[in-house]
Write a protein that binds this ligand. Structure first.
Ligand SMILES: [Zn+2]
Length: 366
C-alpha cells in the first residue's frame, strides 16, 4: 500500500475557510445536517420508486408503459443514491447517527453495499481524489485512459466515442463485478479495508445481493414473465448507469483538472514507489482535482443531491448538500482571497462536452 502525504504549504487557506463556514452556520443558527427539504425529497424519491415498481407489477406485460415505469425506476435509483444514500453515508443527512446509517443502508436495497461504499467512497475517494493507482473512481484503465501517465492503447483514440455506451453498463459492473472484486480481495485498488468486515457484514453482503435480485428481477418475473422482467431490469440498469457515471465523471474528469500520477509514472519505468508526496495541502488538492457544474440550476441541484457542487462536497463532506449553494459563495470568495483556482463549468452541457473533450485529448496524446 502506497503511503500518501499532503504538503501543507497553504494550510492557512483551509483554516480560514473552515472558520468562515462555521461562522455562517452559527450566525444563521443552522445545523449542518439535512432539514425538512431533504426529508420531503426522500419521501418523493422513495414514493416514485415504489410507485413505478407497483406499476411494473400491475401492468400487462404487453403494455409498453411497463418500460416507462422501469425507466422511472432507474432514475429513482440514481436519485436516491445521490440525495439520500450519499448524505447518509457521509453522516450529513441527519444529526441522529441511526438515521444516517439507515439512509446509507438504502444502498443495500439498490444492489450495492453500504460497507464497501464507505471504504471506496468515504475513505479512499474523498481522501485521495484523482491520485492515479489509489482512487477507485478513476481506476478505469485499460477501458479508459483519463490521464497521460497511463499507457496509451490503440483503441483509446476512440474513447470519447465509446465512452457513453460504456457508461450504460457501469451500474451492472458495479453491482455484479466490482463489489465482488473488493469483497474477495479485501481491498479498494491498493488499499486494504480500513474497517473490519465482520461476520454480520458478510451476511449482510450476501443476503442483500440475493434480496435485491429477488425484488428487482425474480418477483416481477412472476407477474410479467421472465423475458419482460429481464428486459425492463436491463433498461433500468442502463439508465441508472448513465446517470451515475456522467455525474461522477463531470466532477473529476474534465478539462484542466489535476491528477497525481507519480505511481503510474513509476510503474511505466518498472519502479515501485512506497510513498507519494502530493505537492498541495489536502484542501487545495481537493479544489484542483474537482469541478462544479451548473450551480445556478435549481432543478439539477435538487435532482443531483448537490453533486453539481462537488468542490463544496469534497471540502465539507459532513455538511448536507442542501447547504451547498450558500457554501459555494463563501468557498469562491475564500479561494479568490488566497489565489486558489476554482473550477466551475457554467452549464451541464458544457461540462458534458468538457468531459468528452478531455477523453478525446487524452486518447490522442502520446
Ligand atoms: Zn461523497
Amino acid at each position: 500500500m502506497t503511503s500518501i502525504r499532503f504538503e501543507g504549504r497553504n494550510a492557512e487557506f483551509f483554516a480560514t475557510l473552515r472558520n468562515r463556514i462555521n461562522e455562517y452556520f452559527s450566525e444563521n443558527n443552522l445545523q449542518p445536517t439535512g432539514n425538512w427539504k431533504l426529508y420531503w425529497k426522500t419521501i418523493i424519491l422513495f414514493g416514485t420508486l415504489v410507485g413505478s415498481y407497483l406499476l411494473v407489477l400491475l401492468l400487462h406485460p404487453e403494455n409498453s408503459w411497463i418500460y416507462v415505469a422501469y425507466g422511472i425506476m432507474g432514475l429513482s435509483f440514481a436519485g436516491i443514491g445521490f440525495n439520500v444514500m450519499h448524505d447518509g453515508a457521509h453522516g450529513s443527512y441527519s444529526k441522529h447517527s441511526w438515521i444516517n446509517k439507515l439512509m446509507a443502508n438504502s444502498l443495500n436495497l439498490l444492489g450495492g453495499n453500504a460497507f464497501l461504499w464507505a471504504e471506496k467512497h468515504n475513505i479512499v475517494h474523498h481522501s485521495f481524489t484523482n491520485i492515479e493507482g489509489v482512487d477507485d473512481d478513476i481506476d478505469l484503465w485499460p477501458l479508459l485512459r483519463v490521464n497521460t501517465a497511463k499507457k496509451k492503447l490503440w483503441f483509446h483514440k476512440y474513447q470519447h466515442i465509446y465512452g457513453l455506451p460504456l457508461y450504460t453498463i457501469a451500474y451492472l459492473a458495479w453491482i455484479y463485478m466490482q463489489d465482488f472484486k473488493k469483497y474477495f480481495s479485501g481491498k479498494v485498488v491498493d488499499r486494504p479495508f480500513k474497517n473490519k468486515l465482520s461476520a454480520w457484514k458478510h451476511i449482510e453482503f450476501w443476503a442483500s445481493k440475493l434480496v435485491y435480485v429477488f425484488i428487482f428481477v425474480l418477483f416481477p418475473a412472476y407477474f410479467i414473465g421472465f423475458k419482460t422482467a429481464l428486459l425492463g431490469y436491463f433498461l433500468m440498469a442502463i439508465i441508472t448507469g448513465i446517470c451515475i457515471t456522467v455525474v461522477f465523471q463531470l466532477a473529476h474528469v474534465v478539462e484542466d483538472i489535476h491528477f497525481v500520477t507519480d505511481k503510474a509514472e513509476a510503474a511505466n519505468e518498472n519502479r515501485n514507489i512506497e510513498s507519494i508526496n502530493v505537492q498541495d495541502d489536502w484542501a487545495t488538492h481537493q479544489i484542483r482535482t474537482t469541478s462544479n457544474f451548473s450551480t445556478k440550476s435549481k432543478t439539477l441541484t435538487w435532482l443531483l443531491g448537490g453533486l453539481n457542487f462537488q468542490v463544496e462536497h469534497h471540502l465539507f463532506p459532513k455538511i448536507s448538500h442542501i447547504h451547498y449553494p450558500k457554501l459555494n459563495e463563501i468557498v469562491k470568495k475564500t479561494c479568490a482571497d488566497f489565489n486558489v483556482k476554482y473550477n466551475e463549468i457554467p452549464t451541464f452541457f458544457e461540462a458534458v462536452r468538457s468531459h468528452f473533450m478531455h477523453l478525446k485529448m487524452i486518447g490522442q496524446l502520446a
